[in-house]
Design a protein around this ligand. Structure first.
Ligand SMILES: Nc1ncnc2c1ncn2[C@@H]1O[C@H](COP(=O)(O)OP(=O)(O)OP(=O)(O)O)[C@@H](O)[C@H]1O
Ligand SMILES: [Mg+2]
Length: 667
């Protein structure tokens, strides 16, 4: 192409290689004579070496070689010269060339051959013209082949699948990405139609629409659900375009597809976790308000019970109210667990002994027909958990296994230590950080969970059990606790083959022992100390104050932090204990405690809350076991906690936040 342009614009630069001066003059004279139809300038190199040197300096559009007949050496040199990659058109000038020499010359890769005897103007100009045209065509062909080679390499190496069919839809080509994704080899696919990928998940209208579009010579774009050779489904974003021949007739179709399965799965997962978060917030909010109401119900029922004679018919009715309130409190506790708002008493512990202790209680729960085993693994590193929450998890999983095994079977808990590295995590269906984990594997060989239920089982109130048998809060509780502990849970289940839950707990450094004395706090309730009771919910405050006074305490009531501070500043009373709600308008319980310490250095604290979530934990001022009471509480529990706080019994220091006063420790 460039030669043609060169011919049209600038004179053609011609180099004659040969030692015959008369030939040079002859050719130059011919070129000059034909200058108007073929503008050209001629140079002369007297040997091949000289030609090499000249060609280094200047580009030539044509080389004319003189060739002595029978000079095999010259043929070889010309051939070498040509194959050195110089893409310059050649003409060989021969003397009485025989067929053999001409064949050799052609084989050596040259284009044209002119007999010296016929070297007149017309022959030379014609030969030059045809040589240039031939050369230009060959160059175009080479470049077309080159881009074809690149394109086919791109298609072969593409991560997207490429499939080419003839007009009738018979597959002629598939690329390696197609083979990898679908499991069909090229040989298996070619000769078939794309119907081998049909999943049955789409109605015929999708295919009709596709054919309508591509036969109208338009590009079809859409997401198709196809089936691999092994039966698995995959989602592919496909574009199918027709290929037309020179007459505009469709000869082939090219389908180009991108596998969307992984992306759609991740999107679904994100959606699922967003949904769980939203439900969690809702559940947490409901539970919080419920706790306040239940505290009122419980408190007044207790007060009423104390006010009626033991044999009064009212007593049993009030007992029923109390019982119902207790059941409701259990429900809100589960909701709080799900919404990750449950107060935690975190300990760094060895997992095996904690599970072994819980495991002792499980056979009673699952019944005799279910064979239970606990297989503690070796080398389990400590984890940070609340042992009580661990019990909640295992009890719920055990109860579910029992329900899944009405005819009996086995239920197994195992522990193991694993390291999840980048490699492993990449193939996991959920995001989980690299690191060391203690894994609790809980297996049963019960009825299993249908695929369509799996994505719902952790939702609160999802149950497949008959009404009255399940509330659907068991796994929601498990899920909430797992998330609260920054752990991960997976479920694998197949209907008929049982269910496996795996819980990954991040390993931590060193452990510290559990102080068994801290787990219970029931105490004789009465006392004669002075209590400052801060609670913004008036009904709760009134009921609590009335009850505490009946036990002998002097109770000062304050509706908020400011009110309490004002009371303390008056210093009319020696206040022994502050009993305060944590989350209150204007001033939090933690802040109130901080401001009271300078005024009343000996004061002790008890915090209560119906919303012991992050808000509470953020206050960092109390030990959750000794100085905290979760609403709803019974008045007796309140009295017990008050005694505990007054007597300065303190929880373990493990996990105690630093930097802020720990009121109970000031006793
Ligand atoms: N091990 C299991 N085998 C079979 N199905 C299970 C198993 N665990 C959970 N499920 C299914 O998940 C559902 C939800 O379980 P979840 O523990 O949350 O609620 P529940 O057991 O129905 O009620 P609750 O635990 O509140 O009494 C169950 O109803 C059951 O369909
Ligand atoms: Mg359950």
């Amino acid at each position: 192409m460039s030669t043609a342009t060169q011919t049209a614009t600038a004179p053609l630069q011609v180099l004659l290689v040969g030692n015959k001066e008369e030939d040079f003059f002859l050719i130059r004279e011919i070129l000059e004579r034909n200058h108007n139809i073929l503008p050209a300038e001629l140079d002369h190199a007297r040997s091949l070496d000289e030609a090499h040197a000249v060609l280094q300096d200047r580009p030539y559009g044509l080389i004319i070689f003189e060739h002595e007949t029978g000079d095999a050496e010259a043929v070889r040199l010309i051939s070498e010269f040509h194959h050195a990659g110089r893409s310059v058109p050649f003409i060989i000038l021969t003397e009485n060339a025989d067929e053999k020499t001409i064949a050799e010359i052609i084989n050596s890769g040259n284009w044209n051959c002119v007999a010296k005897s016929q070297l007149d103007g017309a022959t030379l100009v014609r030969s030059i013209r045809s040589t240039l045209a031939l050369h230009s065509m060959a160059k175009e062909q080479r470049s077309a082949e080159e881009s074809l080679r690149k394109l086919s390499r791109a298609v072969e190496q593409s991560a997207d699948i490429v499939l080419i069919t003839d007009r009738k839809g018979v597959i002629e080509y598939v690329n390696p990405a197609f083979e990898t994704l679908t499991g069909y080899s090229r040989d298996e696919a070619c000769g078939n139609t794309p119907r081998i990928l049909k999943s049955g998940e789409q109605g015929p209208e999708t295919y009709q629409e596709m054919w309508r579009t591509i036969l109208a010579a338009k590009v079809f774009r859409g997401i198709l659900v196809n089936r691999k050779k092994n039966g698995e489904l995959y989602y592919v974003e496909e574009s199918i375009s027709p290929v037309r021949d020179a007459d505009g007739q469709i000869t082939h179709f090219i389908a180009n597809g991108r596998d969307l399965t992984e992306r759609l799965r991740l999107e679904a997962q994100l959606l699922q976790s967003q949904k769980m978060d939203a439900i969690g917030r809702l559940a947490g909010g409901v539970a919080h308000d419920f706790n306040n109401l239940l505290t009122i119900i419980t408190s007044y029922s207790e007060l009423a019970l104390d006010a009626v004679a033991e044999d009064s018919p009212l007593a049993s009715k009030i007992q029923e109210v109390l019982l119902a309130a207790k059941r409701a409190a259990e429900l809100t506790r589960q909701l709080l667990a799900f919404s990750r708002k449950q107060p935690q008493a975190l300990r760094i512990v060895d997992l095996n002994p904690v599970i072994a202790a819980i495991a002792k209680t499980l056979p009673r729960l699952i019944g005799e027909d279910v064979e239970f085993s606990f297989l503690p693994g070796q080398g389990i590193r400590p984890v940070r958990i609340d042992p009580v929450q661990m019990e909640q998890i295992l009890m719920n999983l055990a109860a579910n296994a029992r329900d899944a095994l009405p005819q009996g079977g086995h239920f197994r808990i195992e522990t193991s230590q694993v390291r999840l590295d980048q490699d492993y995590i990449q193939h996991k269906p959920a995001a989980i950080p690299v690191g060391d984990y203690a894994v609790i594997t809980v297996t049963d060989n019960g009825c299993g969970i249908p695929q369509e239920d799996i994505s719902h089982i952790f939702e609160p109130f999802f149950t497949t059990k008959p009404s009255g048998k399940g509330t659907g809060l068991g796994l929601a509780t498990v899920y909430g606790i797992v998330k609260q502990n920054k752990a991960f849970i997976w479920v694998y289940s197949e209907p008929g083959s049982g269910t496996v839950f795996k819980i990954y707990l991040p390993s931590v450094g060193k452990r510290c022992p559990i102080d068994p004395d801290n787990s219970k706090n029931e105490r004789p309730a009465a006392g004669n100390e002075t209590l400052l009771l801060v609670e913004d919910e008036q009904a709760v405050r009134k009921a609590s104050a009335e009850f505490l006074r009946s036990l002998g305490y002097t109770v000062l009531e304050a509706k908020d932090g400011m009110d309490a501070l004002a009371l303390a500043q008056r210093k009319q009373f020696p206040i022994d204990l502050l009993v305060t709600d944590v989350v209150m308008p204007n001033m939090s319980g933690g802040e109130l405690a901080r401001q009271l310490v300078p005024l009343l250095p000996k004061i002790k604290f008890l915090f209560v809350s119906g919303y012991a979530g992050k808000t509470v934990l953020d206050h960092n001022v109390f030990d959750l076991e000794t100085n905290f009471l979760q609403k709803p509480y019974s008045l007796k529990q309140l009295a017990g906690k008050i005694r505990g706080a007054l007597e300065g019994r303190n929880g373990s220091a493990c996990g105690q936040p630093a930097g802020l006063p720990r009121p109970a420790a000031r006793a």
